[in-house]
Design a protein around this ligand. Structure first.
Ligand code: SF4
Length: 64
């Protein structure tokens, strides 16, 4: 298992659904209605990748 090297949210596209922050609360935090990355290494890459796949507008990217 490894931590992601980089995690980004496209803030123009995020609709603020909160799914990513529910799935990986140590990585994503909701601020002013959108998700921001508070710590790219806050979860294992596989967990972050689950949030990437769960995002309804596909605006999260994670690199191994
Ligand atoms: S899952 Fe996607 S759309 Fe929902 S808050 Fe996270 S980044 Fe935004």
């Amino acid at each position: 298992m490894a931590k992601p090297s980089k995690v980004e949210v496209d803030q123009e596209t995020c609709i603020g659904c909160g799914v990513c922050a529910d799935m990986a609360p140590d990585v994503f935090e909701m601020q002013d209605g959108i998700s921001i990355v508070i710590n790219a290494q806050g979860a294992e890459y596989d967990e972050v990748q689950e949030a990437v796949e769960a995002c309804p507008v596909e605006c999260i990217t994670a690199e191994e």
